[in-house]
Design a protein. Sequence first.
Length: 430
Amino acid sequence: MFVGMDFGTTNSAVGVVEDAGTARIVPMTSARGHESATLRSMLAFDQAVKDDQRRPLARIGQDAIDAYLDGDGETRLLQSFKSYLTSRTFTNASIFNATFALEDLIALVVRRLSATAQAGRDAPPVRVVAGRPVRFVAEDGRGEESFALGRLADAFARAGLGEVGFEYEPIAAAYYYERQLTRDETVLVADFGGGTSDFCLVRLGPGRAKLNRPESAILGTAGVGNAGDALDRRIVEQAIAPFFGRGGSYRSDAKILPIPAWIYGRFARWHHIGFLGTPSTLRMLREIERTADHPETIDRLVTLIEHNLGYHLYRAVEAVKIALSSAEETRFVFRHPPLVLEQTITRQDFEGWIAPELAEIAACVDGLLATTATPASAVDRVFMTGGTSLVPAVRAIFAERFGAQKLITGGEFVSVATGLAYRAQALGAP
């Protein structure tokens, strides 16, 4: 058995190939019977401890979300921790008096992927190949390639996969796409994840497949540190946070002051909204409400925090982004009494909000073409994968450069895991 593991910022997946067969995605099943092709890259911890290690109990994926929603504020939830691989200051997290290294947190998810792939089998995989971004990008924009990749390899080793190989995620997506080709093509692969957008210009088809050397066919790679999560945050920032007081003001003595911006910084990740639920912060918000220009918005904010509704808020935001992929406008609907909020959001508004992210993606693609001395006319096909590939404004970047007839999408959430399994198969036994 050959295994491909796609540990993603938002979602993870595992693909397997039996001997010379066709790759398949192994479904993930939660404790409550929910089945999905992907595993949410989330961890939840509660204060109950394992007797053997005296550490908090960890739950993974949908089980983590269920535990968080059932936890009455006593459950710690972690998500998007892949994005901290480049951070030299984020070394560990203290959770209920236990310390977890970042590599240990990642290993918990990887171990779950490995166990799912291995279920019912006695023999270990012949080879495991895992995905990695084209470019690991730190918050300040600097590349941290060797440092981040070293941490990722260490995390896999802690999960019991010390012999794992790594492949660029867009190259894995290329392996997925190549299976349908009957002639050679120059392809731009665009892989949009939760945290990064990665691109690879590559020669694919029967001619390359005969060589079985993908590195000889790669013309160039590039990537940027923004993708689906960043687009969600723009919707929250521009359309949703004002419902909860962002942009408002309040009176303190004789001064008119803006409502503190750091409060809305917590909206960048939905589970961080719960971090506002400390007694001191709630007291501060109630004091601000007394003299706020729009006190009802602060009351909504307190209600959102006290009722632990951050997850539901982001689900509603995600529904907006999905709807705008096929409609010119949609309704943001959030019905969780006592909070009932509705607003019309247009695609034009959304595209204006995400203009900085669109510009960064466009510049990255143009830079890749320039550094490889490849005119757009020489690209036969653009294969786009990942959820953000369905956003019309993102697709327009590629349609304008290459022509809409050259764009093709597929395997939005499983192409990388599938391609990684094929890459493991192509490499064969170590």
